[in-house]
Design a protein around this ligand. Structure first.
Ligand code: NDP
Ligand code: GDP
Length: 334
């Protein structure tokens, strides 16, 4: 049997690192696309362990540069293309709205066009998001819940979602949207609230300054009333792979179906280390957003029924995994 080939854009991101591991275990040839970084070695910390694998290739490319994507598709003739590249931080999308739009919407079109022009039988996965639901119109959210994005990140991803549907309907491309609810891991970026909290809790436990203010044990946060459906990135990338194994392209919600508040997250992360977050958390306006998404709760019935997907991490296991990993990483620095 011919060795399958998959391209993953945004290769040094959280999700791409887990997806590459999953595909390499299945004997794929994996081609990761990374844009240029002046800090190449430190930027690649999530995929450093994969670099010596002969089935793992890294190509320089940027999804806003159609020439680079066309070249990579033409060179590798992939069976599957996972578009995970994005300006992925909602908070930053108000600071860089146009950049966010160009990457999260225009970049999707570039990937789809490359496939249409060069290899139209490639199966395409678009990293869509629960942020499409924004100001939620019903709870829990399903594949048929109307969208109401609340940020430049959200409205840019909405265009990416519809581009994916449109290329499926216009050209018959096997294009799928994974509408993924928040998913985290020890590899999550430090600016996201989960990792910000687990990193700070571990630092406070070890007596390392959190680094936010002059007070060494302070954790400034924004709106701690919001609620999310948090899963594990590895489980969610397993779902992304399952979607592209289907004969017919479709769109799926991926979520745990369980709702937790940031207060629950604080209780769990600080409690795991015998700490009380109330002694450390302060409110800082800087972390409030111009428009908030109060609650996201997904209904994963469709993917469970049709693809037999089940998450292996619950909220407790996820938070403990993240806190323990931050403790291990920081111990050497204490
Ligand atoms: P990350 O931010 O960890 O990874 C995104 C990657 O995309 C980064 O490595 C980044 O590169 C890269 N990237 C950004 N712009 C470009 C570009 N123009 N060309 C090429 N690469 C680029 O995010 P996640 O792994 O968490 O998320 C993966 C995808 O899933 C994203 O599209 C995100 O929006 C989406 N998503 C994520 C959710 C989550 O909860 N994690 C929920 C729903 C959707 P660099 O390292 O150089 O910055
Ligand atoms: P998002 O759901 O993709 O926006 O993921 P985040 O982890 O960035 O934010 C989740 C929720 O936490 C949002 O409602 C934020 O407003 C809220 N939040 C509260 N304080 C903070 C903070 O200090 N940093 C971040 N990133 N989010 C915060």
């Amino acid at each position: 049997m011919k060795q399958p080939c998959a391209i993953i854009s945004g290769a040094r991101g959280q999700d791409a690192s887990y997806l590459a591991e999953i595909l390499l275990e299945k004997n794929y040839r994996v081609v990761g696309i990374n844009r240029r970084s002046s800090a190449r070695d430190s930027a690649n910390w999530r995929i450093a362990h994969l670099m010596s694998n002969p089935n793992y290739i890294v190509e320089l490319g940027d999804i806003t540069d159609s020439g680079s994507i066309n070249r990579i598709v033409a060179t590798y003739q992939p069976d599957e293309f996972y578009n995970l590249a994005a300006q992925s931080f909602v908070g930053a999308s108000w600071n860089e709205p146009y950049h966010t739009l160009i990457v999260n919407a225009g970049g999707v079109v570039n990937c789809l066009e490359a496939l249409r022009q060069v290899k139209p039988d490639t199966k395409f996965y678009q990293a869509s998001t629960s942020e499409l639901y924004g100001k939620v119109q019903e709870t829990p959210q399903t594949e048929t819940t109307p969208f109401y994005p609340r940020s430049p990140y959200g409205f840019a991803k909405l265009a990416g979602y519809w581009a994916t549907v449109n290329y499926r309907e216009s050209y018959g491309i096997h294009a799928t949207n994974g509408i993924l609810f928040n998913h985290e891991s020890p590899r999550r970026g430090l600016e996201f609230v989960t990792r910000k909290i687990t990193d700070a809790a571990a630092k406070i436990k070890l007596g390392i300054p959190t680094g936010y203010t002059k007070r060494a044990d302070e954790l400034p946060l924004g709106n701690i009333e919001s609620k999310r459906d948090w899963g594990h990135s590895r489980d969610f990338m397993q779902a992304a792979w399952l979607m592209l194994q289907e004969e017919v392209p479709n769109d799926y919600v991926v979520a745990t179906g369980k709702l937790h508040s940031i207060r629950d997250l604080l209780d769990k992360a600080f409690g795991h280390l015998g700490l009380d977050w109330r002694n450390h958390v302060t409110k800082d306006e800087k972390f409030w957003r111009p428009a908030e998404v109060d609650l996201l709760l997904g209904d994963p019935t469709k993917i469970k029924k049709l693809l037999g997907w089940e998450p292996s991490y619950n909220f407790h296991a996820l938070v403990v995994d993240m806190v323990d990993s931050d403790l291990r990483r920081l111990r050497g620095k204490a």
